[in-house]
Ligand binder design. Structure first.
Ligand code: DP6
Length: 321
């Protein structure tokens, strides 16, 4: 029996759409920061005599979609690693699921690392990222520490994630404006499959490598101005693809747009803050630590913002028991 704890992550350069849906080979490379303290903790025990996989999620027995997805990932691990038996999986999240704080990233990172460790196997970090990717693309990025790049790759082995800088490299903080805690109507998994129905996806994918290079250079140089410009542009591009897909996906609420607008005004006033959004309405306001309190207080006073979570750059997925 092993327990792993994985942080969620926020992408600065987004993953949207797959070149291979089954292997989750992404259409474009992505770059993210792990989110300290926004984590999933998962315990796995393998049982050769059990008749099926079992999942307990946040204290409740899970069936249906959640169990199916976990079981399919365990099938992939069983097949690739020759593991026998079924698994008992107990998992808890310490943040709201399905609302733009990536719960599948931390969930599948923790599940993969706990399952492999519980089977008595010891794999390289790189291999663990490829296995986590099969469960959820963004989970690959929650395994290495700090700031992480996920390479596209043309095969299972080549599509891995690696750290480009440790958490303390740059004191960036994600101040998350929660505008809705509701479970999103269309999951990322479904969204990836319609990405190509937008005329804009080709343009977004073609430019992704260049945006990632600009973002990585800005991050490594701690150049906030360059960083902010490319992070917001990349998020806007992804949402433009979502909005022009068939059927269209609109994740923004009125409060989402109000926060984005406020962030731009704060930047004009000299605060080092920019926004990025995942497949949900909550706004991730990325700022330098010295501006985080002002941003957090400002967000709390906005109508439509129900909660604010603050998270610094986080470490890797770890075995904790
Ligand atoms: C918008 O990794 O959640 O958050 O592989 O189907 O689980 P699946 O998708 P997922 O997609 C993440 C999409 C995103 C952008 C990102 O995190 O890069």
């Amino acid at each position: 029996m092993s327990t792993a704890r994985a942080n969620s992550n926020i992408a600065f350069i987004k993953y949207w759409g797959n070149a291979d849906d089954h292997l989750r080979l992404p259409a474009n490379p992505s770059l993210s920061m792990n989110l300290d303290g926004l984590h999933t903790e998962t315990t796995v025990s393998w049982d050769e005599d059990a008749k099926a996989d079992e999942l307990t999620l946040n204290g409740e027995r899970a069936e249906g979609r959640a169990l199916k997805r976990v079981s399919e990932h365990l099938d992939a691990l069983r097949a690739r690693l020759n593991i026998r038996g079924y698994a008992r999986v107990v998992s808890t999240n310490n943040f709201p699921m399905g609302a733009g704080i990536a719960s599948s990233a931390s969930a599948f990172a923790a599940l993969t690392v706990a399952a492999v460790h519980a089977a008595g196997l010891s794999l390289s970090e790189r291999e663990l990222t490829t296995l986590a990717r099969l469960g959820s693309g963004s989970a690959a990025r929650s395994i290495p520490t700090g700031f992480v790049e996920w390479h596209v790759g043309r095969s299972h082995e080549e599509s891995f994630a690696e750290s480009i800088a440790p958490p303390d490299y740059w004191d960036l903080v994600d101040v998350i404006a929660i505008v809705s805690g509701a479970h999103k109507a269309v999951t990322s998994q479904e969204g990836h499959q319609t990405a190509n129905t937008s005329e804009l996806q080709g343009v977004r994918v073609t430019g992704a490598e260049q945006r990632l290079a600009v973002c990585k250079a800005a991050l490594l140089a701690r150049d906030f101005e360059q960083f902010a410009e490319v992070v917001e542009r990349d998020s806007n591009l992804m949402h433009a693809v979502m909005m022009t897909s068939r059927p269209p996906l609109f994740y923004w609420l009125p409060a989402t747009l109000a926060v984005m607008d406020q962030v731009r005004r704060w930047r004009d006033e000299g605060l080092r803050v920019c926004y990025t959004l995942d497949a949900g309405p909550n706004v991730h306001c990325i700022c330098v630590r010295s501006d985080a309190e002002r941003v957090s207080k400002g967000l709390q006073s906005m109508s439509g913002v129900s909660d604010v979570r603050v998270s610094a750059a986080g470490g890797p997925t770890r075995i904790v028991a």
